[in-house]
Structure formats: structure tokens, C-alpha cells
Write a protein that binds this ligand. Structure first.
Ligand code: PMP
Length: 362
């Protein structure tokens, strides 16, 4: 037998949100709503869809691997140099590239937990240890995180707002933290949900990149821009860090449809605004209604809410699925009593609440 690298034995499979097809096959239902993967319920920006159709005639051509137009558009939006930007096949791939470029066998990486599982996956698959700080609902202080950094630490992962809790760190907290991190430790600040944040002290860390050369800010087109199916993410940092990632980046990973759609989506501020408005209203409604049913809802700055259901959380998830509503149980995140619900369109939120009330009354 051909043996894989020994590090692979430590890895568990990524657990995605269940798909609509899966639930349709299992229960034979017509109407299925998915509020499990933090996708944009309004879909992609219409301008992105138009750009996607326009590219259909040149599908036989390779994309420009260096994606100059997309990089330019991102640079203009954030006021950073084009040499400070890297793109990837979703931000998943950017995390993977960070692992390949910076994490060595025997190192460690530190991160708040519970959090997005790909940080740990990347760490372990590169032969390093993952040191998770925190558990459950508790919002880990960045001081506690800083204390775990030692001579072997290569990368610190912070998800802000955090998936799955929705908690966030302020600009002051992040900047104070950066002051405690040695310059040779990369801080991977994952801002996948940043555009949904409404708190006035939510940070603008892209503007602080010049002050912190070891800060690396990750963003994605999968959430607010509704392009999860096309796979395109981007990250910004010092020229040196970015250059290292371009070196190991697969040459044509971000396809041309993704590139043109992402450029169009960046320019569609109306779609972004409509999404944010609907999200803020949905957060308020879902929070109020779940609380009225007696459940604890964690404060969120993202496009999802984390709700403590209790011991019967798994039962609720199954009940909802059998009625055509997919949400996310959080056992794989180490929070078996909680669920994560993506904020949907008003009618989707109403459908969810009707089912949850039915379950509570049964
Ligand atoms: N970071 C976080 C915090 C996420 O929740 C996700 C997706 N669930 C990603 C990164 C990856 O997103 P993508 O690869 O689609 O850009």
C-alpha cells in the first residue's frame, strides 16, 4: 500500500453544511431552504451574473493567473498597493497557501476556539501542532491568546467576526494584540464576514497594514458578494508575505469567470447595501424570536446567529431537515448544544421560526 504522510492520520474530514440535494434525496421534499453555510440569500450581484454570462465565449482560454484587473480593483477599494494582494480559489486556498509557505514540521499555530476548522486542518497537515485557546460561548481574550505564543509559533489565526459564535474584536484589541506578537509570527486575521459588521468599533485593519508587517488580512467573495460557488478569496499584507504566497500559488487557480464576476461584484454597492440591510433586520428578528422562545442567542456581527438550544440541539436540526429547513448543528465545532443559523430572506426566516415554534410545542 502507498502510505500517505503520517500527519494525515491526525486530520478529520471537513464537515460542510448539508446540501439541498442531500436533504431532497433523503426526505423527498419540494421546498427546501438552506440556512447552513452563511451564503448570501439574495444570491450573487446581478452585475456579477451578467459578467459571468459574458465570459461564456472564452471558456476555452486560460485565465490570467496574475488577475491584474481584479487585483487592481481590490487595491483601489482598500487603498493598498497591488503588490500587497494575493488571491486564491476561495479563502480556503489562501489558508492552505499560508500553511505551505510558512508552517514547518514541529512548529505550532495558535488560534481562538471554537472557530473555523480549516486553520487547524492546515496546521496539522503541515506537521505542526494547533493550540486552541477558549471553549464554547466564552469570548477568548486576545491577552490569553498572546500568552500561548512561544518560540515555535509561526501563525496566529483570528477569525473576526468569529465563525461560529459571531463575536468580534475591536480595533483597539487587535492593535494592542499586534503589539504583543513577535515580528516573525504571522497573524492571519480572517475577515470573511467583515462586511456584515455593524459595530462602530469593528476594526478597519486593511488601513493598518503599514503599521504591522506581520499582519495578514483575509477576505472572501463567498459571503457578502454571493459568489461562494465560483471560489474566489483575497488577502492583503506586507509585500514580503504576499510574494511568498504568489510563489507557491497554483498558476490558474482563480478561473476567469470568478475574476470577472468578482470585479463586477466589487462595483455593485447597491447589492452589498441591500444585503447588509436585510441581514441587520434578520439578525434583529431572529434574535428577538429565539429569545422569546427561551433560547440564548449570542450577539453577532456576522450573517449568522449562534443559538444555545441545549441537549436537544441535534434533535432540532433533524426535525428541521425533515421539514425542509437546513441549519448547522455545531458538534463538529465542539459546541454540541448550539446551532448556527444563517440569516435568510424575510420569508425564509419566517419559515424557520414557524418550524422552531412547532418543535417547541410538540
Ligand atoms: N473563513 C471563514 C471564517 C469561513 O467561515 C469560511 C467559509 N465558511 C471561509 C474562510 C472560507 O471561505 P471561502 O473559501 O469560500 O472564501
Amino acid at each position: 500500500m502507498v502510505e500517505p504522510r503520517p500527519e494525515l492520520s491526525k486530520l478529520s474530514d471537513y464537515v460542510p453544511g448539508k446540501s439541498i440535494e442531500e436533504i431532497r434525496e433523503r426526505y423527498g421534499l419540494k421546498r427546501i431552504v438552506k440556512l447552513a453555510s452563511n451564503e448570501n440569500p439574495l444570491g450573487a450581484s446581478p452585475k456579477a451574473v451578467e459578467a459571468f454570462h459574458e465570459i461564456a465565449d472564452s471558456l476555452h482560454l486560460y485565465p490570467r493567473g496574475d488577475a491584474p484587473k481584479l487585483i487592481d480593483a481590490i487595491a483601489k477599494k482598500y487603498g493598498v498597493k497591488t503588490s500587497q494582494i494575493v488571491i486564491g480559489n476561495g479563502s480556503d486556498e489562501i489558508i492552505d497557501m499560508v500553511g505551505k509557505a510558512f508552517i514547518r514540521q514541529g512548529d505550532n499555530c495558535v488560534g481562538i476556539t471554537p472557530t473555523f476548522s480549516v486553520y487547524k486542518f492546515t496546521t496539522l497537515s503541515n506537521g505542526a501542532d494547533f493550540i486552541g485557546v477558549g471553549e464554547g460561548e466564552v469570548r477568548t481574550s486576545l491577552d490569553d491568546l498572546a500568552k500561548k505564543i512561544d518560540g515555535k509559533t509561526r501563525v496566529v489565526f483570528i477569525c473576526n467576526p468569529n465563525n461560529p459564535t459571531g463575536a468580534y474584536y475591536t480595533e483597539k484589541e487587535i492593535c494592542d494584540f499586534m503589539g504583543k506578537v513577535p515580528q516573525d509570527v504571522l497573524v492571519f486575521l480572517d475577515e470573511a464576514y467583515a462586511e456584515f459588521a455593524t459595530a462602530s468599533d469593528y476594526p478597519n485593519m486593511a488601513a493598518a497594514l503599514d503599521r504591522f508587517p506581520n499582519l495578514f488580512v483575509n477576505r472572501t467573495f463567498s459571503k457578502i458578494y454571493g459568489l461562494a460557488g465560483l471560489r474566489v478569496g483575497y488577502a492583503m499584507g506586507s509585500v514580503e508575505v504576499v510574494r511568498a504566497l504568489w510563489k507557491i500559488k497554483p498558476p490558474f487557480d482563480v478561473n476567469q469567470a470568478a475574476q470577472v464576476a468578482a470585479i463586477a461584484a466589487l462595483g455593485d454597492t447597491a447589492h452589498v447595501e441591500a444585503t447588509c440591510k436585510m441581514n441587520a433586520e434578520g439578525v434583529e428578528l431572529l434574535t428577538r424570536e429565539f429569545e422569546a422562545l427561551g433560547f440564548k442567542v449570542l450577539p453577532t456581527q456576522a450573517n449568522f446567529i449562534c443559538v444555545r438550544i441545549g441537549e436537544r440541539a441535534k434533535e432540532l436540526v433533524t426535525f428541521l431537515e425533515s421539514n425542509g429547513m437546513i441549519i448547522r448543528g455545531l458538534t463538529s465545532f465542539g459546541m454540541p448544544e448550539h446551532v448556527r443559523v444563517t440569516v435568510g430572506k424575510p420569508e425564509e426566516n419566517a419559515f424557520l421560526l414557524t418550524l422552531v415554534k412547532k418543535w417547541c410545542e410538540a
